[in-house]
Design a binder for this molecule. Structure first.
Ligand code: NAD
Length: 330
């Protein structure tokens, strides 16, 4: 099939071109993001392949359908950027990669926790300057600490398994019961008890109307003083302004973010020569107990390999009229 990629980076090109040798689709890579002003560029393609911050709203979907596009293939797991109702009305199937490597994201979650705790991001700079003083670098043993996970799907479960290896007590909250979570020894709890008991809280649920700004002034008030908050899921799970207030009054003692509500204007691009206009983001960066990575949790070679394979298989299934195992249901 003839597929136009939006927001394509050199690593997308590298993995998709290599793995496509087994699938034989015609791939065209565009660097521009998909939105209402670029959708026209898909003309001539039967499918588009898009990523987390591409805009796939009603206007874009109408343009795509008018120009002959018959499939939207997400090369990611989350689909909060797609207007599924309109896609269904237009008879445009949307496929995604539901799981490509929960390990990649879970391990990055641990990277954020360990870095914030042991302050290796600060040590790195100090040692390079010849400063070997330990003042300000004290951490705590993870062993015996309580970690609360919100969302016990693929990534939440792998994170729990790793944390169990560290000797942590793991609390979990999910809207669905998970036998696998029970087997792992995760203690199911409601959100107020999770907030009240956890030394570390990590978010692993999707962004939905129910989870939008789940972490807000009210939920932060219920957390332990000195809590560590980690978000590798979706930026809008957190109200950035409320978190800044939590950091200022030291309720939140550590914040690790791989995602940010307004990341679409920033992440995946080199912004080093520009003045960043987002004051909430810049205030977050000013705290030395805040660690931000630019949506890189998924970014391992193993994950990229699986993303390319599963995306291309989704496209082949569609082309051959097979059932779409990874179709996103509205
Ligand atoms: P998953 O679908 O396997 O698990 C999500 C879990 O969240 C499910 O168990 C679901 O029942 C639960 N859930 C849904 N609504 C909830 C709510 N209101 N409260 C609590 N739990 C709720 O998904 P996953 O593969 O574990 O991924 C989790 C999230 O991680 C994705 O939604 C995506 O946004 C994010 N993600 C981020 C990256 C990255 O690079 N940073 C990469 C992949 C996925």
């Amino acid at each position: 099939m003839n597929i136009t990629f939006f927001n394509a980076k050199p690593y997308d090109h590298e993995f998709f071109v290599e793995i496509n040798q087994r699938y034989g689709h015609q791939l065209r890579f565009l660097e521009v993001p998909l939105n209402a002003s670029t959708a026209l560029l898909a003309r001539g393609a039967e499918g588009v392949c898009v990523f987390v911050n591409d805009v796939v709203d009603a206007e874009v979907l109408h343009q795509l359908a008018t120009n002959g596009v018959r499939l939207v293939a997400l090369r990611c797991a989350g689909f909060n950027n797609v207007d599924l109702k309109t896609a269904t009305e237009l008879n445009l199937p949307v496929v995604r990669v539901p799981a490509y490597s929960p390990y990649a994201v879970a391990e990055h979650t641990l990277a954020l926790i360990l870095t914030l705790n042991r302050k290796t991001h600060r040590t790195y700079n100090r040692v390079r300057e010849g400063n070997f003083a330990l003042t300000g670098l004290m951490g705590f043993d993870l062993h015996g600490r309580t970690v609360g996970l919100i969302g016990l799907g693929a990534i939440g479960l792998v994170t729990a398994r790793i944390l169990k290896g560290f000797g942590c007590r793991v609390l979990g909250y999910d809207v669905q019961f998970s036998a696998a979570a029970k087997e792992l020894g995760i203690e199911f709890t409601d959100l107020p008890s999770l907030y009240a008991q956890s030394d570390i809280i990590s978010l692993h649920c999707p962004l939905t109307p129910h989870t939008y700004h789940l972490i807000n002034e009210e939920s932060i008030a219920q957390m332990k003083d000195g809590v560590m908050l980690i978000n590798t899921s979706r930026g809008a799970l957190i109200d950035g302004r409320a978190v800044i207030e939590g950091l200022k009054c030291e309720k939140i003692a550590y914040l690790g973010l791989d995602v940010y509500e307004e990341e679409g204007d920033l992440f995946f691009e080199d912004m080093s020569g520009k003045v960043i206009q987002d004051d909430v983001f810049m205030r977050l960066l000013s705290f030395n107990n805040v660690l931000v990575t630019g949506h890189q949790a998924f970014f391992t070679a193993d994950a990229m390999h699986n993303i390319a394979h599963i995306t291309l298989q989704n496209i082949t299934d569609f082309e051959q009229g097979k059932p779409l195992a990874n179709a996103v249901q509205p």
